[in-house]
Ligand binder design. Structure first.
Ligand code: GDP
Ligand code: ZN
Length: 452
């Protein structure tokens, strides 16, 4: 990592499209440009050119763009060849670049170079992948804000405040032993520490919301055969994703749907049911259900409202991992007659609805978001697209500040106090990547797509 040999990749997705782009980055792209287009392009000027193959024959024609270092995405020379977007012609063009001295870029290698050349900090570099991977518009918008440095600048200001506080405390550490009993700036330190804790708490809360946008919520639908799981999934998804039949136990496979509620991606999984069975196909479905439940954030237990909860449902509930939140959903209220009809008890974890008529579906949507921990806000304002890594760093920093506050309460342990602050600062700095181990970088960038 960190060397700057010339790398090349097809930057557009595989398949056919109007345009396909091969991107090349490195030092001294001029000789490569001469081989492929026959001249050295002018900086930042689009020009129609012929692209030559390994054998010197024309393989395509298209637009050439040249961004000389350091004013480019990677900070190195970048050449972009925009040809016709077909796999065969793109592969020929890439092969031509490789024979002209480039090597195939690894996933995320362009962005890694941008990071190593200080074009982006680590949180910004991660947001590039998050923009590409975003599954809702709101998630994408959030990631773009991170790319523009909003998250980083909040982290920087926390780090700055921590630095000031450490200076204040470390100055007092220089006093001789007997004066250490009374921290000279104790009130001021306490004040600043308190403010820092409050700010960090706010950033953490907002980062958790962003993380929800990034990861989405995994919701698993369980229940007896024929209670309407597939129908509910279809209703929520608004399309015929799962086969709805009158025969119990026909949904043997798990079926997944991605829906969007207030910009939050919700992954809905319909299951084969959890009941005991001897049917081999159904058994496979059940094994899959188990593994889906393991990564679920919440479970919808769907029941027929005419029957209410049955011993079989109790058995399903008992089989679920204890900390997993369960929403009880009573379906088919359109079939209820008489006094019990539409008797919603409005307790937190219950919803009455009809997958057929749609009655109660809106309440279900609200409950889903509420249980997922989403707080309604104006278009994600102030929400940071945060990864698990960021949440962990914020959480740990918060713990160090709490320890620091406790020490301060005890008065004289100011060297330990200084150490807690140093550790908190280190955690926060890891978000923007000031001190980042190579293996962490490898892990982060290897998950990018090729050509980015
Ligand atoms: P699953 O086995 O739990 O997936 O159940 P399905 O979604 O396949 O539904 C079983 C049957 O119940 C189908 O005939 C559905 O049309 C019917 N059904 C599902 N939801 C409702 C509802 O809210 N009201 C009525 N009247 N029928 C429903
Ligand atoms: Zn079904």
């Amino acid at each position: 990592m960190g060397n700057s040999d010339t790398i090349a990749a097809i930057a557009t997705p595989p398949g056919r499209g109007g345009i396909g782009v091969v991107r090349i980055s490195g030092r001294g792209l001029k000789s490569l440009a001469e081989k492929i287009i026959g001249y050295i392009p002018q900086a930042r000027h689009a020009r129609l050119s012929k692209f030559l193959g390994e054998d010197g024959l024309v393989i395509d024609e298209g637009i050439v763009l040249f961004f000389p270092a350091p004013h480019s995405y990677t900070g190195e020379d970048i050449l972009e060849l925009q040809g016709h977007g077909g796999p065969a012609v793109m592969n020929l063009l890439l092969a031509s670049c490789l024979s002209a001295g480039a090597r195939l870029a690894q996933p995320g290698e362009f962005t890694l170079r941008a990071f190593l050349n200080n074009k982006l900090d680590l949180a910004q570099a991660e947001s590039v992948a998050d923009i590409i991977d975003a599954s809702t518009g709101e998630a994408a918008r959030c990631a773009v804000r991170s790319l523009q440095g909003e998250f980083s600048s909040v982290i920087h200001s926390l780090v700055q405040a921590l630095t000031d506080l450490r200076l204040l405390i470390e100055a007092s550490l220089d006093f001789p032993e007997e004066e250490e009993v009374d921290l000279p700036h104790q009130a001021e330190v306490g004040d600043k520490l308190g403010r820092l804790q409050a700010q960090l708490q706010q950033v953490f809360a907002s980062a958790r919301q962003g993380n929800l946008l990034r990861e989405g919520v995994w919701v698993v639908l369980v229940g007896q055969p024929n209670v309407g799981k597939s129908s509910l999934l279809n209703k929520l998804a608004g399309e015929e994703a799962a086969i709805v039949t009158e025969v119990p136990g026909t949904t043997r496979d798990t079926i997944r749907q991605l829906i969007e509620l207030e910009g939050v991606p919700i992954h809905l999984v319909d299951t084969a049911g959890l009941r005991e069975t001897n049917d081999i196909v159904e058994k496979m479905g059940i094994a899959r259900t188990r593994s889906v439940i393991e990564k679920a954030d919440l479970v919808l237990l769907l029941m027929d409202s005419r029957q209410g909860i049955t011993p079989d449902d109790e058995a399903i509930l008992a089989s679920l991992p204890a900390p997993l939140p369960v929403l009880h959903v009573y379906n088919k209220i359109d079939l209820l007659r008489g006094p019990e009809s539409a008797k919603s008890r409005k307790s937190f974890a219950e919803v009455y609805l009809s997958a057929k008529t749609g009655e109660g579906i809106e309440t279900l949507r609200e409950k889903l978001l509420e249980m997922a921990g989403w707080r309604p806000q104006s278009m994600g304002e102030g929400v940071f697209m945060a990864r698990q890594r960021h949440l962990h760093a914020l959480f740990t920093a918060r713990e160090h500040l709490e320890s620091a506050a406790a020490l301060l309460g005890n008065g004289k342990e100011s060297d330990l106090l200084a150490e807690e602050l140093r550790l908190a600062q280190k955690e926060l700095s890891s978000i923007t990547g000031e001190f980042t181990a190579d293996d962490l970088l490898g892990e982060i960038f290897s998950r990018f797509c090729i050509g980015k």
